[in-house]
Write a protein that binds this ligand. Structure first.
Ligand SMILES: [Zn+2]
Length: 121
């Protein structure tokens, strides 16, 4: 296994899907918290738009992407987020998580199964 290995189309598709979910969750959180939308960003406040860009950057650089071992970030052993960003994203997940059940039930169930599997290890 080499680091320079390119991610497969499937891995890239999974990544895009994951990013879509993260975007969705940040959107739910930002609107739910009634943050003020900044001019220039279409649907997020400056802080949330910033967090969104940060997650996208981290996702693309994930060292596990190319090994096929990419999992939900919460189970990851490498905490690549800074503590401040990590606290922010945890807050987002906590808020948006239960609301995802209505928006994306299939994904929510998939995530729940992953959580249960992880805890069993
Ligand atoms: Zn916001």
């Amino acid at each position: 296994m080499t680091v320079a290995q390119k991610p497969t189309d499937k891995q890239l598709a999974d990544l895009a899907k994951e990013q879509e979910i993260v975007d969705l969750m940040i959107g739910i959180y930002c609107r739910g918290m009634k943050h003020e939308r900044s001019v220039g960003t279409d649907k997020l406040c400056t802080t949330c738009a910033d967090l969104r860009d940060y997650t996208a950057e981290k996702n693309e650089r994930c060292p596990f992407l190319r090994t096929g071992a990419k999992t939900f970030c919460q189970f990851c052993e490498v905490h690549c987020y800074s503590s401040q960003r990590r606290a922010h994203i945890i807050e987002v997940m906590r808020y948006a998580g239960p609301r995802m059940l209505w928006n994306r039930p299939v994904y929510a169930v998939k995530h729940l199964i992953a959580v249960l599997k992880y805890r069993k290890r």
